[in-house]
Design a protein around this ligand. Sequence first.
Ligand code: NDP
Length: 310
Amino acid sequence: MEQVKTLIIGSGPAGYTAAIYAGRADLKPVLYSGIQPGGQLTTTTIVENFPGYPNGVDGNQMMMDLKEQASRFGADIRDGSISKVDFSKRPYHIVDERGNEILADTVIIATGASAKYLGLADEEKYRGQGVSACATCDGFFYRKRTVAVVGGGDTACEEAMYLAGLAKKVYMIVRKPYLRAAEIMQQRVKEKENIEILFETNTLGLFGENGVEGAHLVKRKGESDEEEFDIAIDGFFLAIGHKPNTELFKDYIDLDEQGFIKVVPGTTSTNVPGVFAAGDVADPVYRQGIVAAGSGAKAAIEADRYLQQL
Ligand code: NDP
């Protein structure tokens, strides 16, 4: 059976950065790219907030560059996903989707999180053309324009406030008659003059010739006074929560109540010695590429130190 020092699961900025550092430490890392090679950044267009790119960089290009950089230092980057892990004893036993078995002394979990979408066909149709799940990434493109944010939680309120600082007008589309966010956030959005909250409203679809130009909405769906109406918008932002990709690990790794991996604060160590977590999979707070890359570097350094102690 194949035996590796460091197995990295996931190919976003956390996974690739871990691979660069582990490669340079001569750990000969093996990295599985997973179902979305390159991760969430491949779903945005231009990344403008990653330091070092004064003119921004295409998300796909940045991930290809990171991949190439990791390969240059000897990372063995493989297509495909991991389908089973056994962290009950070391070396850890891993099985990929083709049934190949691997024994790993250390594992870096960098499987990321996936933004939740409503499940509308139009979200796919306009992905990257007006539909986004990250105001911090894409809000800049909507300066002085009109956007909508779906959701009524803390993330939706934060995103709406952020966008309100850039856009001419922000609609919040909230399915309940109230917001779920912390009181202080609720107050802020309610007091912000260019935010309009559409309560008891659901999205039926989006329309537009060249990207999003508007949304079909329904108020009080299923009630006798149900009313369909359209709003004109240039951007449609989802903020209905993120789902960390931790299903595979839940029998062994401690997760918080939202399913994110719990790490020892300030480190990437999980409850299983030699298993580290980096990037969005362990980050319910920041969810930024640069933060993920930084934690990937930490995970590889910690894996190297752990191996030296064995
Ligand atoms: P939440 O789960 O708190 O809120 C999700 C929101 O999206 C809710 O308003 C929910 O509506 C709505 N929603 C969910 N599914 C749908 C759907 N299919 N259609 C329409 N609306 C939908 O997620 P958040 O990402 O906002 O927050 C996650 C956690 O992180 C929370 O614990 C939050 O407090 C925390 N957080 C804290 C921050 C801070 O303290 N600064 C910042 C950001 C997040 P409904 O209410 O009807 O379920």
